[in-house]
Design a protein around this ligand. Structure first.
Ligand code: ARG
Length: 458
């Protein structure tokens, strides 16, 4: 296709330079936004008397037809074009003749591409947020199902204190809720219209930037024309939010992988979300979780790529900025795929409550409660801590657990021990007594579930 910018030069770049320069392979996915942006632009040009209403109507009808034809497949996108903006304008001019050439008045590809990317990412962001909500709902439902299932809570991957599986899952729901808030904050800053900034210095035409912004669903406009065409913060910010979201999914994945191992046996993933081994018949591999963990690195890479591209760029537009798209599109595609598989994987995951309880019992995770018992009877915490530690050491030597020591043994360590010690170290009681806000007792976990659900459906 002939270059629309031929004039200053004859437009006869080498084939290699053309291929290198072209972005249509990855920006053609923005054709809808490009066309919608152009329709608003044509309407604005007529409103301000820059072109006639008749020309605007012809342009808008032509653009609408191009959109229909691309959607239906009747108009294949010509991959030899430089980018999607050039393609749409070239087809429009081919179909309409000279009227088509009026569309690019008071506009540049610099504000055009900034507009298209913002509109495209706004849609992507909404999809990512909707998928995140679905995942939060799945996690919260699972937490409700297991809100009384005792499990050991860990620090240093050592059994630490008793919690419930529901309590543990709700930690992820909280993280994901913050991800949702981050996406909402990012959307606000993204949703400012750059169209009308033109190449960098605005225009001498009497345009109405607010009209275009409103027509295209923006909350406002970029207030400095250089910034409007140079700003890719919204890409970096979206990728940061996605990176943090992926980090959460990756930590969750890591736990799911551990929990489904035979060493833990805390959960079993549904067959639908696991794979077998081609050689070892006994294997049931948590591939989905592993891939999510793996793809997290890829998304971080996308963020780093863009930040590095931007860091040395003088104002305003530089062709380097064309590199924004592959990175940000890849991050969006990846996180959407991950969320899509993660929600049903969690929803169909089953906990092995017996094994969790067993691990909790074997882990002396009620040793703190044993010490607290003595404190409540008047002993200073440090002394109580020491006695509790000595009793744990005794259990380890004798291969038993605190619940099974007889009262005489307890009393040989401190006279403060009485029959009620067994109730104090009962795991269910240990969890239920942890009534501090945010803690693992059933009422507290239920309050966390209610809090999250409220924010999810409002
Ligand atoms: N394909 C270009 C991009 O993605 C569009 C903007 C081109 N502008 C220019 N002045 N060459 O950034």
């Amino acid at each position: 296709m002939a270059k629309l910018w031929a004039g200053r030069t004859d437009g006869a770049t080498s084939q290699i330079a053309d291929d290198f320069n072209s972005s249509i392979r990855f920006d053609s996915r923005m054709y809808r936004q490009d066309i919608e942006g152009s329709m608003a632009h044509a309407a604005m040009l007529a409103l301000k008397g820059i072109i006639s209403q008749e020309d605007a109507d012809t342009l808008i009808a032509g653009l609408e037809q191009i959109l229909l034809d691309i959607d239906s497949g009747a108009l294949p996108i010509d991959m030899t074009c430089e980018d999607i903006h050039m393609f749409v304008e070239a087809v429009l001019t081919q179909r309409l003749g000279d009227v088509g050439k009026k569309l690019h008045t008071a506009r540049s590809r610099n504000d055009q591409v900034a507009l298209d990317v913002r509109m495209y990412l706004r849609k992507e962001l909404d999809e990512i947020a909707a998928l995140t909500k679905e995942l939060i709902a799945a996690v919260t439902d699972k937490a409700e199902e297991y809100k009384t299932a005792i499990m050991p809570g860990y620090t240093h991957l050592q059994r630490a204190q008793p919690i419930t599986f529901g309590h543990h899952l709700m930690a992820y729901a909280m993280m994901l809720l913050r991800d949702l808030e981050r996406l909402a904050g990012c959307r606000k800053r993204m949703n400012q219209s750059p169209i009308g900034c033109c190449a960098l210095a605005g225009t001498t035409y009497d345009t109405d930037r607010y009209f275009e912004a409103e027509k295209l669903g923006f909350d406002g406009i970029c207030l400095n024309s250089l910034d409007g065409v140079s700003d890719r913060d919204f890409c970096a910010e979206l990728m940061s939010a996605i990176s943090i979201l992926m980090m959460h999914l990756s930590r969750f994945s890591e736990e799911i992988i551990l929990w489904s191992s035979w060493e833990f046996k805390f959960v079993e993933l549904s067959d639908e979300y696991t794979t077998g081994s081609s050689i070892m018949p006994q294997k049931k591999n948590p591939d989905m979780a592993e891939l999510v963990r793996g793809k997290t690195g890829r998304v971080y890479g996308d963020l780093m790529a863009l930040l590095t591209t931007l860091k040395g760029l003088p104002l305003a537009y530089n062709k380097d900025m064309q590199e924004d798209k592959e990175a940000v599109f890849d991050a969006c595609d990846t996180v959407k795929m991950c969320l899509q598989v993660f929600a049903p994987m969690v929803a169909t995951m089953k906990a092995n409550c017996d094994n969790m309880l067993l691990a909790a019992q074997k882990g002396f995770i009620n040793a703190t409660d044993l010490a607290d018992y003595l404190v409540k009877k008047g002993l200073p915490f440090r002394s109580a801590y020491k006695i509790s530690g000595q009793l744990v050491a005794l259990c380890i030597r004798e291969n038993t657990v605190l619940e099974k020591l007889d009262l005489k043994t307890y009393q040989s360590y401190s006279e403060l021990f009485a029959e009620d010690v067994y109730e104090a170290i009962d795991l269910v009681a240990c969890v239920e007594k942890r009534t501090s806000v945010g803690g693992p007792c059933e009422a507290s976990v239920q309050a966390q579930i209610d809090y999250v659900k409220e924010r999810l459906y409002d």
